[in-house]
Design a protein around this ligand. Sequence first.
Ligand code: ADP
Ligand code: MG
Length: 903
Amino acid sequence: MNISDPKIVADGAPTEGNGAVTPMMRQYLEIKAANPDCLLFYRMGDFYELFFEDAEVASRALNIVLTRRGKHQGAEIPMCGVPVVRSDEYLHKLIAAGFRVAVCEQTEDPAEAKKRGAKSVVQRDVTRLITAGTLTEDTLLDARRNNYLVAIVRARASSPDDASLFALAALDISTAEFRVMECDRLALAAEVARIEPGEIIVSDALYGDADLAAWLRELPVTPLTRDVFDGATAERRLASYFAVATTEAFGAFSRLELTAAAACVTYVERTQLGSRPPLSPPTREAAGASLMIDAATRANLELMRTLAGERRGSLADTIDRTVTAAGARLLSQRLAAPLTDPAEIARRLDAVARFATDAAARADVRSQLAAAPDLARALARIVLGRGGPRDLAAIRDGLDAAAALSARLGALGELPEELGAAASALAAPDGAIAAALRAALADELPYLKRDGGFVTAGYDTALDDTRGLRDESRRVVAALQARYADETGVRALKVRHNNVLGYFVEVTAQHGEKLFAPPLNGTFIHRQTLAGQVRFTTTELAALEAKIASAADRTLAMELEIFERLAARVTQDAEPIKRAAQALAMLDVAAALATLAVERDYVRPEVDRSLDFVIEGGRHPVVEQALRDVPFVSNDCDLSPPAGESAGRIYVVTGPNMAGKSTFLRQNALITVLAQMGSFVPAKRARLGVVDRLFSRVGAADDLARGRSTFMVEMVETAAILNQAGERALVILDEIGRGTATFDGLSIAWAAIEHLHAENRCRALFATHFHELTALAAKLKRLHNATMRVKEWHGDVVFLHEVVAGAADRSYGIQVAKLAGLPAAVIERAKLVLTQLEAVDRASPARTLIDDLPLFAATRTAPAAKDRDELAAALAALNPDEMSPREALEALYALKFKAGTKS
Ligand code: ADP
Ligand code: MG
């Protein structure tokens, strides 16, 4: 920090010599007390400073130096700071780490404060609370993802609705989207998993609730006081935010929904300190409007990211052909929330189909979109008063693109409904806005409006005049330099400028003497002597300086005024501009899905209200794109109710490891997701009766991170499915029962299939390594056995990845183990064990087998190799860095012992 900075000097030191609290510290402590749950960024000149515990926390989180400044109550005050110009970078880190930040600015010119006396403090106030759910800055947001603030409220136990009813409101202030819905506890978890909020607000009471605590603690939750969630004032708060008399105009909402929505807007007002970003009025989402997918299923199907947490390799990544950030956000939204209404799905598919069959239109629309900026987010910043010149340019270019695209769509003749609606939304904004922006803005634009220079020459004569004055003054400076050089005879004399002295005359030390002596000392007033130079000022120069400064100030003030005028014009038309932005995103998604369909040979699915499920030649969208050298083998799947039956089928899929069971199961689930989000699908033909809930579980999933045994997890998740799935559900169970002893696992899998068949009556795919389960087909009418075809060739197994009717005759586990490179000795031994096992009755207790088999040692063929492996393993398990000398020595003895006794 620059201590000579006049803004800081005006504040004085934090403590006075006698240890009393200085006025500045008093101001700091007051502001901090009003924002106890935030890190306080306290503006001092060119820095935001943090003090006390905030400084300690932030210096650790940001990895910046912690210093001390003055004393408070006898103890030194810890302090750290970040430069204002780079504050976004630091804010980004703090928000990502889960902190909230209150930004406290100087709200008056330090010169004003000085006038009140040397000790007076510059007025400051918190101008903004920055929280993860209420961001608008491009630098703090991921362009291709929505960032939602979610409010969750629960019906009161005493209310007629039971306490298991919740309402959820989701709001993205950077794009103005706003939705509310009611849901039960399970749907609530599924919704949160789908929305992936940046921040969730709940009442303190809900946060402390025993039932929800474990779940909420894993989410980015901000608990708030009760008044934010007050049902009695909710309607009024919401109506006042949107400046309407009543919220009825937005549609019918339950009191619970109004409460959740009001909590969102109240929180936005608090964090934005009273300014009201433009939001779309909340829209009510009927429960069941979208395909319900719980968090485990989303993770398991790798919809948005892979199990390893990466976007690469997810379904979202695989199908994304969008060319704009807004399009990418909309595609993610649609993928996260596939529809359940066949008519609405068909509307989306019509738009995709239109582009799929018209390569020219597709290419044109995409190239025009690719050049369009992020209109929605630029608009939100402008309306919030947080925009810059480049946001105005983004609106100008976005509106131009909208107009051009509207014309292009118009030339396509008759349009499907969704595209028709987009075309009119694109044409709606007033053309005069783009024209006004085009006329005003310069070619090269600064990032910040206060840098000036963004209004083009010739736009405003008054501005041109002051600018001329400013620039002319600079020419006058040059002329003055030439004249002084002449008058003094010092050729190397320069007129320079810096922030401390302003304009000054500079000569080298050897010429300095001349200017100190008469007659020149009458004109040149000494200011500073440096090692090699001497600096002077003159009255003429000082006058010129004042003139230049005021011309520059005036120029900037005029530019800012023009900026505000343009921003106001844009704000006035925020509604149609926002709709045009949404139409751009919609177009991008339709054209992108069409591109995908053509590129990867997808077909349009038929979705109806039946319970059928017929996929011919289906493929796994992700695996298919990942395979390089071999073609993907497509497979059929028919889960439709068999003739004379009212419920769908269950496939029991058997086959060896690596044969393609899991791939087959998932591809059918993914095709369902794609079809219902309104995309073409990787298949020859697909006809689906709409699915309302999708479940997918894999046996022995590793969930050690949460401290539960894998088998426990498997059972908890299976229980959830058996308790929830209805006849419209699609259930994928992959190797359930694997996490426990064979007979336990088999019994559980057996009972689960019977339950799915008799009680849930849903369509299901069940992959299993228990061949015994195929016997169930004889008993259960809607069960279908399917198996993965394999070929044996010279004792090796060849996977054909083909699904055929029937049961696997054997599991080929040993052949697979051989492929995997298990030592030959182990393979030989396993074959021997298997022959013995197959000779005895499978139902007899395992103990008999063990008794009947000769000991492993008797048939060992390659002991030396095995011992080497053991030694290598023992060595690999050692971590020298963590051992004491004594432990190391002991380990060495142990190794020596192992080697000595066995070789
Ligand atoms: P399983 O569940 O039976 O052990 P997976 O479904 O995990 O087998 O498949 C193993 C590997 O086989 C996959 O990673 C993929 O590379 C390949 N594979 C699976 N299905 C197909 C297919 N239909 N066509 C081509 N390769 C496939
Ligand atoms: Mg598998």
